[in-house]
Design a binder for this molecule. Structure first.
Ligand SMILES: [Zn+2]
Ligand SMILES: [Zn+2]
Length: 337
């Protein structure tokens, strides 16, 4: 009888055990900011950024709802990519609503106008209630079952190539630098995430010249399965040596209706060899009919009052992965290569 019961319990638990072996990533709609929640195969959680402040805690509420639906009781690591209001703005509101254990950042802000000072002070007050981990390029985050490398932080990028990176990058030729970016964007924490044969990159709002430093003359980053589109698809990021050098199969863009989603970045991504699909959190007004992906791969089609649908990525250890649009339930499977 007991053996029978044990067998039943084991059987009943199987689907959950299987699901827990995946890496799941939620691209939460924070209207053109960033809030990307990773749930690891070991059940740990890492949230990259918290969206905007204000709106009665709108973005924090969306993050908490997603985290709870994912079965989380806390955010183990909150990685604040840089101190801009669409990334770090919602930290205090999130920490009021949901336990955040360890705050990961690149150190002090370099922006000092009144709004930036308030943003940073509010962040420090929230951070004081948890643990703090300051990271630099080359560091690894202590997540189980994943290899999470910090590839940029505080304006520095990896100096040595990661294992598996190509020796040369043909897309460095013809690169045109932009004016030096003195803002927090250029100081974004960039992450390279390896789970089995699956690889993804998230560079926060890292800008043009720093992307070039990471990928030229020889690339520091190996090719990826998924490119989490830098800077919401702004034309200040997604330089060709980065995007084409990464050879992504799929790009996922956390743009807003009128933030990011620039035709220039979209076209660079679209034209990258081997690119299979672009998924977007929003239809881009600027992109119009020519620089938006198909409707079924866009989570939110309208400009105002949308239902804040998310995109979900489930990555498997063999390198295969699935992306789902929460608005219409459309899922596409990408077989291992
Ligand atoms: Zn941003
Ligand atoms: Zn920014």
């Amino acid at each position: 009888m007991i053996a029978k019961l044990a067998a039943f319990v084991l059987f009943a638990a199987l689907p959950f055990v299987a699901a827990a072996k995946d890496l799941t990533v939620y691209f939460i709609d924070v209207e053109g900011g960033q809030a990307t929640l990773f749930v690891t195969p070991a059940g740990e959680s890492l949230l990259i950024d918290t969206g905007w402040p204000g709106f009665n805690g709108r973005d924090a509420d969306r993050i908490v709802a997603t985290a709870k639906a994912a079965g989380l009781k806390q955010i183990d690591y909150l990685l604040v990519s840089h101190y801009h209001i669409d990334h770090a703005g919602g930290v205090a509101q999130l920490a009021e609503r949901f336990p955040v254990r360890t705050f990961v950042d690149h150190g002090e802000s370099v922006e000092h106008d009144d709004a930036a000072k308030k943003l940073y002070a509010d962040y420090l007050a929230a951070r004081a209630k948890g643990k703090h981990l300051e990271v630099k390029a080359g560091d690894k985050l202590p997540l189980k079952g994943l290899n999470w490398t910090v590839v940029s932080a505080a304006g520095n990028v990896l100096t040595k190539a990661m294992a598996g990176a190509a020796k040369t990058n043909p897309f460095c030729a013809g690169f045109q630098a932009k004016a030096v970016d003195e803002s927090e964007n250029a100081r974004s924490i960039g992450s390279y995430i390896v789970f089995g044969k699956f690889r993804a990159v998230d560079l926060g709002d890292l800008t043009w010249n720093k992307e070039h430093e990471l990928m030229c003359p020889e690339p520091k980053l190996p090719p990826v399965s998924v490119y989490i589109v830098t800077h919401h698809g702004s034309d200040q990021s997604s330089a060709k040596p980065m995007v084409h050098g990464l050879q992504p199969r799929v790009a996922i863009m956390d743009n807003g209706a009128k933030k990011g989603g620039s035709p220039e970045a979209w076209n660079t991504i679209h034209d990258s060899q081997g690119l299979e699909d672009i998924w977007q959190v929003h239809f881009s007004v600027e992109g119009g009919q020519k620089a938006n992906t198909g409707e079924k791969m866009i989570a939110n089609m309208t400009e105002a009052g949308d239902a804040a649908h998310s995109l979900k990525l489930v990555a498997h250890e063999d390198g295969s992965f699935d992306v789902t649009n929460a608005r219409n339930g459309f899922t596409k499977h990408y077989a291992a290569k």
